[in-house]
Design a protein around this ligand. Structure first.
Ligand SMILES: *[C@@H]1O[C@H](CO)[C@@H](O)[C@H](O)[C@H]1NC(C)=O
Ligand SMILES: *[C@@H]1O[C@H](CO)[C@@H](O)[C@H](O)[C@H]1NC(C)=O
Ligand SMILES: *[C@@H]1O[C@H](CO)[C@@H](O)[C@H](O)[C@H]1NC(C)=O
Ligand SMILES: *[C@@H]1O[C@H](CO)[C@@H](O)[C@H](O)[C@H]1NC(C)=O
Length: 383
């Protein structure tokens, strides 16, 4: 799995303009109440934002200690439009976010189902770990409901797919959790640049802050490390490119066919990870670039110069790379030694320094975990 070394994991920039009155995509405006026959129609009750427990009012999104999926995670059909009309300005953004949230929610749900309190204690973690994970799972259920309600009644609200995550025991589970949470923080810095409505930008920032609390808890309680991530977390402006990498966790063909494309728009860039010969992922280290999906490899033009672009904090640094003899010869790049060993570094391959547009990116992004540094190195060694 790519993100074992660099998260080609999760956890898009120029927003697709929706022209009022135009049917910009077939899934945006089916006729109201047109629920395909293979669904019971029960999920349609969720089209009403006041149906069921309300996030911010109900404690089910905090302190539900059951094993079964909490609302609305237990209602898995897509919710179909109840009005005819063009999609609202930000519907695609919230559809992307809802689809990504289903993946995160299911990650926690699978953890709750796979482990119990004593499994974590046996792995050397605090006896509160399981409960905290349940609470995070409940918060994520609240996110599902918030995002469903942000999608207007003229657009479909996507349902979950099936997902497989590469964890076997509590330590690899918590390592993946750490990486997913910090990747969502980076992804939200890009996504927040998309909505046209100011309130929605605020809502995304509020969600990013919750993911940050989850991450800080893991850094302190699980990894017993410094919880701070430097003066700024990493901005990566092309959020859909980060989302696209999470398709690696989706069981092919398992999504409801009425779901919108995920993410939309989708570039299908080759996945990027650190190669096996890489010894360290800290700033100043030489890393080999591995394009992990054998069926989706980059194409390098012989007359062009390509760059490994490293994003950290509010900065980015571009390092020219030698692609001439690839794939016979591995491509190597040095992670800028000027970066602090904090938070994450996001790496991408671009055909322009600074990766000024989403189209300039030709592979990646991959998320490089810097904190805790020991965990990053262990992940690299497949530990
Ligand atoms: C927790 O799960 C393990 C198996 O993973 C099992 O042996 C143990 O009895 C369970 N403990 C509790 C308290 O349910
Ligand atoms: C959990 O651990 C704390 C301290 O590590 C201890 O004081 C407490 O009694 C433990 N609780 C249970 C239920 O084992
Ligand atoms: C998805 O998971 C469900 C429940 O485990 C299963 O019945 C179904 O066959 C799976 N679908 C695919 C396409 O894997
Ligand atoms: C990278 O940094 C350069 C120089 O500060 C800036 O012009 C460029 O917009 C940045 N790239 C991205 C994608 O933010």
């Amino acid at each position: 799995m790519p993100f074992i070394t660099m998260v080609s994991g999760l956890c898009c920039a120029l927003w697709l303009l929706t022209i009022p009155g135009a049917r910009s995509a077939p899934w945006s405006t089916p006729a109201p109440s047109e629920v395909p026959k293979h669904y019971s129609g029960a999920a349609q009750k969720l089209a009403d934002p006041n149906y069921g427990p309300i996030p911010g009012e109900s404690d089910i999104y905090n302190s539900y200690w059951g094993l079964d999926r909490p609302f609305p995670g237990n209602i898995r059909d897509p919710i179909f439009p109840t009005k005819v009309g063009p999609p609202a300005d930000d519907d695609f953004t919230w559809q992307n976010l809802l689809s990504a949230e289903w993946l995160i929610f299911e990650f926690y749900q699978q953890g709750i189902e796979s482990f119990n309190e004593s499994d974590f204690v046996k792995a050397g973690m605090p006896n509160t770990t399981y409960r905290r994970l349940q609470e995070i799972r409940n918060n994520e259920a609240g996110h599902l409901r918030i995002f469903q309600n942000q999608i207007s009644s003229t657009s479909v609200k996507p349902g979950p797919c099936n997902y497989t995550f590469p964890f076997k025991e509590p330590i690899s589970y918590m390592a993946l959790m750490t990486v997913l949470e910090i990747s969502s923080m980076a992804f939200l810095t890009g996504l927040v640049q998309q909505p046209k409505v100011d309130f929605e930008k605020g809502a995304m920032l509020a969600i990013a802050a919750v993911e940050t609390r989850h991450e800080v808890w893991a850094l302190m309680d699980i990894w017993k490390s410094n919880p701070f991530g430097g003066p700024s977390d990493t901005i990566f402006p092309y959020a859909n490119e980060v989302l696209d990498t999470t398709n690696a966790f989706i069981v092919p063909g398992s999504c409801p066919k009425e779901n919108p494309e995920f993410p939309h728009p989708r570039q299908k860039l080759p996945a990027l990870s650190a190669g096996k010969d890489t010894l360290s992922l800290t700033p100043g280290s030489l890393i080999s670039l591995d394009f992990t999906d054998k069926k989706n490899q980059p194409k390098f033009d012989h007359d062009k110069v390509y760059y490994a672009v490293f994003f950290h904090g509010v900065l980015n640094v571009s390092v020219p790379i030698d692609t001439k003899d690839w794939p016979q010869k591995e491509i190597w790049a040095t992670i800028p030694s000027s970066f602090e060993t904090k938070g994450i570094i996001v790496a991408a391959v671009a055909d322009k320094p600074g990766a000024p547009t989403k189209e300039s990116i030709v592979a990646g992004p991959g998320v490089i975990l810097e904190q805790p540094a020991k965990l990053a190195t262990a992940l690299l060694r497949g530990g």
